[in-house]
Each structure stands twice: as structure tokens, then as C-alpha cells.
Write a protein that binds this ligand. Sequence first.
Ligand code: ADP
Ligand code: MG
Length: 265
Amino acid sequence: MIHAPAPAVEVLSANKTYNNGTQALLPVDLRIEEGEFVTLLGPSGCGKSTLLKMVAGLLEPTDGRLLLWRKPVQQLAESGKKMSFVFQSPTLMPWASVEKNVRLPLELAGVDKVIADEKVKEVLALVGLSKFAKALPRALSGGMQMRVSIARGLVTDPDLLLMDEPFGALDEITRHRLDAELLELWQKKKLTVIFVTHSIHEAVFLSNRVVMMAARPGRIVEEFVIPDAYPRTSDFMVSTAFSQHAKKLQDSLMRASAGQEAHFS
Ligand code: ADP
Ligand code: MG
């Protein structure tokens, strides 16, 4: 029997005008299949964070609907699915150890202590931080802090991972290493990921599909499928296919950003 792919996320004519009148997003339609890695790319202010927060249920659309596994986000638990949000800054509790930071979502969910111990151990190993369980966040590099934040996102075993420019503040090499690790996790855990970045190379390297957005007002303007097989390695990054994808995205981003400079007076 052939199963039609199930949509993990459906954005149905969702738009957002903030209370101060800013039209952050025109009506957006977007369907993301279970297991897909989709990246939102576009100039600053095009509504990437607004869209992601609406998917997360952190922000109500002005009109339209958002469904996760065919249910409104508030009823996600009924479908037995879970979602995590990883922000750009690691937002760790500075006074608490790595282990305690990662454990927080489990404590909030009232998970049994023995099970929580196991789970925390497992995700710390997954992100390569087992040796730093007792360390305080300030003893870690930026890249390691971001790993803690990802471990905290993964500790609840989410089906959907929302990431808003998670590696934007890191140096290029660290970013690339974390990109590669993220892809491994995505494959191993069969996650559905929505990833926000303004790096073209990061978008090409990671994604099944790239959704290009433009600003003033925010909207989706184009979509690109990146059909290349996974696992993707650094060989992919120096391939002709990679440059061709990057060139297409670059041209699209230029079009999406055209005329914007005039607004920055
Ligand atoms: P991006 O993440 O692509 O940079 P955002 O979603 O943060 O874009 O913002 C989209 C637009 O909405 C921008 O013009 C921004 O200034 C505006 N905006 C974002 N948050 C708010 C808010 N809380 N109140 C009013 N305007 C906002
Ligand atoms: Mg943003």
C-alpha cells in the first residue's frame, strides 16, 4: 500500500499585522511534510521569526490558521507529537550546570527522575557534551553553549524542531560543524525541521527545500528544492551542483531584497 506523505505543518492563509500596525506577513500558505528539512531564507524583517513563532503557537496569526499534524498547535499533544523551539541565543540559566539546563523541559513536564537522568545523559552524548555535564554555561565556548541549547531542545524527543538562526552568532567553522551535526541528528531522529537563516550556503547545505521570503510586507516569493542526496559532506559544498543552487538562491535573494535599501535611510 502506498501512503501519501503526511503534512507535519500546514500554514493556511496565515497573516500577521502587529498591534502597532506593522504588516509583518501577508497571507502565507506553506505545507511541510513529515521528515522534511525546510529553510526559511530572506532579508532581515521579511517575517521569518514571525512565521516561525506562529508555527510554534507563540504568536497568534491575525487571520488564517496553522496546523501541526492536522491539529491546531494548542492541541498538538492529542496527536502524540511534540515540538521544540531553539532560539538564536542559547538562553541558558547562567547559575545552573549544563545538565540542569538540559533537564529543565523534563522537570516542567513532570517526567520521572530516573527516566529524566537517562534522557539527559543520552542527549548530552548525542551533542558531544557528556564530559561537560557539571560545567556552568560560562565555562563553555559559544558553539558549546549552542549545543547545550540544542540538547535541551531534543531532550523531550520532539517530532518538530523549529530553529531561528541558531548558529548565526557563531564563527564560520563552528557553524559548519554544527550544521553537519544537525543533519546527522535530523536523519537519526527522523525529525521535521524548520530552520531560519540568512546564509545561502547554510540553506543549500541543510535543506530539502528553501522558502525565499521578501520584506515590506513580509511574504513568500519563491521555493527551491535541493534534491541532492544525504548524507551531505564537505564534498557537496565544493560540488558544481552546490554552486548552482547557491547561485539561484543568490539571484532570488537579490530580487527579494531589491529596493529595500531605500527604507534604511
Ligand atoms: P525577520 O525574522 O525575517 O527578520 P521579523 O518576523 O522579526 O522578521 O519581523 C517582521 C516585521 O515585523 C519587521 O518589520 C519587524 O520590525 C516587525 N515586528 C517584529 N516583531 C514585532 C512586534 N512585536 N511588534 C511590531 N512589529 C514587529
Ligand atoms: Mg528573525
